[in-house]
Design a protein around this ligand. Structure first.
Ligand code: IFM
Length: 454
């Protein structure tokens, strides 16, 4: 049966990217070095040995890319600002050429009637600040506020949607705990400190942005996972609660004024010997600064199972599940569950899905087309889940597909393609995939026809 799914009339349809993943021009026009420049230039850190030096060359091709967005009918575009392009040393001397680039980008978007959603931090910390210790130091949070001030003072008259941080969990725990992201450090205590300073800087910056950009909407984007126990066993429930605490509640609770969850504080101490000595009086109030929206990046769920060998066998059988090229289970109902939870548990004013998408291997057919049917099906299933959540009263205001175009997928280099636009990294040619054409139609019709069982 074909059912037409229509979204609310002011629902915002967008696409997302980030600076390091698309811009290239890593050392041009006065830009300083970032931790990702340093990390990707270090042999052995990136799967295919590549770097973001050129990436999608968006720094030079931005006008063409804006035209592409217009062709898609995008109503909003989420991009991030490269901090070292604005402040090469992290603080102090402002690089006007860097600011000018984003100034032109914002004007170009507005001329095309595309609403800019600006993310201030999508992981490319100025290397100079890392040389002082990076996010585990309180001084990084202070420098971030200076940076937020400079950017919002320049763009705040036209940019009315601001995201302080993208996925602080990843920045802190993959960057400083597991070391698979820049700056490549493996120290759990440093990761906990980094997470704290990221949240602190979010709270401080929220106030600064509001004062520079009247009537702006300010929020933060979190990567949230629906964590489900593999079986009804008490052990699996306990495992699920731990993982949920670590990935979700550690950030949601303090942002929404509940402080750090005590069970996770105890778990950090017990399992990692990590403490919260970096927390100062008043910090928890600062990071709970009221926000206008939460950005939710959703890709997959996590099935939690206690590691004990005597534990019950898995009762969630994922052998028939589909997995993306990242090895992530395709689980659209978990997006619905997360949205419901966010709404009922945290009473968030507005929610945006600031990223959702999938990496699948793309092949170019003989006729030149890229028929990425699996990506299309992934997007459709997740939009269906998002629509169901709206029907249940969730204040979901918009959706940003990740990503506008194939790009540098961090430690995976160029081996994973998430775009609805194909990028030939040799020629920089862009080509709309089938999923891109489908998304264009979704935007035009503010919905789509959903085939039950498809
Ligand atoms: O490419 C990343 C993005 O930078 C942050 N969220 C997840 C995406 C896919 O891994």
């Amino acid at each position: 049966m074909n059912e037409m799914i229509t979204f609310p009339k002011d629902f915002l349809w967008g696409a997302a990217t980030s600076a390091y993943q698309i811009e290239g021009a890593w050392d041009e026009d006065g830009k300083g070095e970032s931790i990702w420049d340093r990390f990707s230039h270090t042999p052995g850190k990136i799967m295919d040995g590549s770097t973001g030096d050129v990436a999608c060359d968006h720094y030079h091709r931005w006008e063409q890319d804006l035209d592409l967005m217009q062709t898609l009918g995008l109503q909003a575009y989420r991009f991030s600002i490269s901090w070292p392009r604005i402040l090469p040393d992290g603080r102090g001397q402002v690089n006007q050429k860097g600011l000018d680039f984003y100034d032109r980008l914002v004007d170009g978007l507005l001329q095309r009637h595309i609403t800019p959603f600006v993310t201030l931090y999508h992981w490319d910390l100025p290397q100079r600040l890392q040389d002082e210790g990076g996010w585990p130091q309180r001084s990084a949070a202070e420098a971030f506020v200076h940076y937020a001030d400079v950017v919002s003072a320049r763009l705040g008259d036209r940019v009315k949607h601001w995201i302080t941080h993208n996925e602080p969990w990843v920045a802190a725990f993959l960057g400083y705990g597991m070391g698979v992201h820049a700056p490549g450090i493996q120290d759990f205590q440093l990761a906990v400190n980094a997470a704290h300073h990221l949240l602190l800087s979010h709270g401080w910056a929220t106030e600064v942005i509001r004062s520079n950009s009247p009537h702006a909407q300010v929020g933060i984007t979190l990567n949230l996972n629906d964590v489900v126990p593999a079986s009804p066993s008490a052990l699996d429930y306990a495992a699920a609660r731990e993982i949920d605490g670590f990935t979700n509640r550690w950030f949601l609770d303090p942002i929404f004024g509940r402080g750090y969850p005590p069970d996770v504080v105890a778990w950090f101490q017990r399992v990692h010997g990590a403490d919260l000595q970096c927390v100062q009086d008043g910090d928890m109030d600062i990071m709970a600064a009221p926000i206008d929206f939460l950005g939710h990046n959703y890709y997959t769920r996590t099935v939690a199972r206690d590691a004990a060998p005597e534990n019950a066998p898995r009762s969630i059988d994922t052998t028939d599940s589909e997995f993306t090229e990242m090895g992530w289970e395709v689980a659209p109902r978990s997006l619905f569950r997360m949205l419901i939870r966010l709404h009922y548990h945290y009473q968030i004013p507005h929610i945006y899905i600031t990223e959702n998408g999938a990496a699948f291997p793309d092949s170019i057919s003989e006729d030149g087309d890229i028929r990425d049917t699996r990506r299309l099906a992934y997007l459709q299933a997740h939009l269906q889940a998002a629509h169901d959540a709206i029907q249940c009263g969730v204040p979901l205001r918009g959706y940003f597909v990740w990503s506008l175009m194939d790009n540098f997928e961090w430690s995976f280099g160029y081996t994973k393609r998430f775009g609805i636009v194909y990028v030939d990294f040799d020629t920089q040619e862009r080509r709309l995939k089938q999923s891109g054409r489908w998304y264009r139609q979704v935007i035009a019709e503010n919905g789509f026809r959903f085939r039950n069982g498809s």
